[in-house]
Design a protein around this ligand. Structure first.
Ligand code: IGP
Length: 261
């Protein structure tokens, strides 16, 4: 069993949900990446999405874009991120998932990328601008390496297609909760909860919801219909403000206690 499966099993046994923070690698300098991962693990993260900064991030809202620009201005490269994650893996027990647009992977070289992230102990990979139809270029390599390719579906994905994607799915299915870009929201579409419920019914793997989520009330409501949430923009903001108290509080529900891992 891989680390992602193990984690969801553990969450189920303890009747709790996953909180998966997203952070931008290199925001605040790559030197603080391991430290931040350790803190998020301590605060109860079930897994962490590590974002790779990219100059043309089509799905990113203002907060994540700004974090990406800060990281690029710090000179962050994918090579250095992979090296830092290799170090981080010595202390971090929870799954680490690399989140990158396709272009940096291309530039790196697809097979070297897969080989290096596997060696680094990365458990999964999300490539949001790679449609399922194009994934043959990397999916078999990831599969062979035992690194899960996490697929995404969105509110506009027809249920038939959700079914197809979920059936291929590895690790968990990332359900995008909005029709738009990343960033905190005060309200969600009326159809979100029924859509999540439908996704959950057809998915053989755990379902996580992400985009727009920033508070306990939203987390509680949404996780009635899925296995957990991804929180990006809110966490990127709190880290940029060094507001660790609010971060710990935000993550205090559904805590995966580190002594369980
Ligand atoms: O920031 P939000 O609204 O909390 O959403 C999570 C999101 O940031 C993270 O998963 C993410 C960052 N960039 C992406 C691009 C595509 C899909 C997902 C993402």
């Amino acid at each position: 069993m891989n680390r992602i499966e193990q984690t969801f099993q553990l969450l189920k046994e303890h009747d709790t949900k996953a909180i998966v923070p997203y952070i931008m690698a290199g925001d605040g300098g790559l030197d603080c990446l391991t430290e931040r991962l350790e803190m998020l693990e301590k605060f109860g993260a079930a897994a962490i999405e590590v974002g790779v900064p990219f100059s043309d991030p089509v799905a990113d809202g203002p907060t994540i874009q700004a974090a990406g620009i800060r990281a690029l201005n710090n000179g962050t490269t994918l090579k250095e991120i992979v090296a830092e994650l290799t170090k981080a893996r010595r202390t971090i027990k929870i799954p680490l998932i690399i989140m990158t647009y396709l272009n940096p992977v291309y530039a790196y070289g697809i097979s070297s990328f897969v080989e290096d992230i596997q060696k680094a102990g990365v458990d999964g990979c999300i490539i949001p601008d790679m449609p399922v139809e194009e994934e043959e270029m990397i999916a078999p390599l990831l599969e062979a390496a035992g690194t899960e390719l996490i697929r995404l579906v969105t509110l506009t994905t027809p249920l038939d297609r959700v079914k197809q994607i979920a059936a291929k799915g590895r690790g968990f299915l990332y359900t995008v909760t909005v029709k738009g870009i990343t960033g905190t929201r005060n309200e969600f579409d009326k159809e979100l909860l029924s859509f999540l419920q439908a996704v959950k019914e057809v998915s053989p793997i755990p379902v996580l919801a992400g985009f727009g989520i920033s508070n306990h009330e939203q987390m509680q409501t949404i996780t009635k219909y899925c296995d957990g949430v991804v929180i990006g923009s809110k966490i990127v903001d709190l880290l940029a403000e060094n507001n660790f108290a609010e971060l710990a509080d935000l993550m205090s529900i559904f805590k995966l206690k580190s002594n369980l891992i």
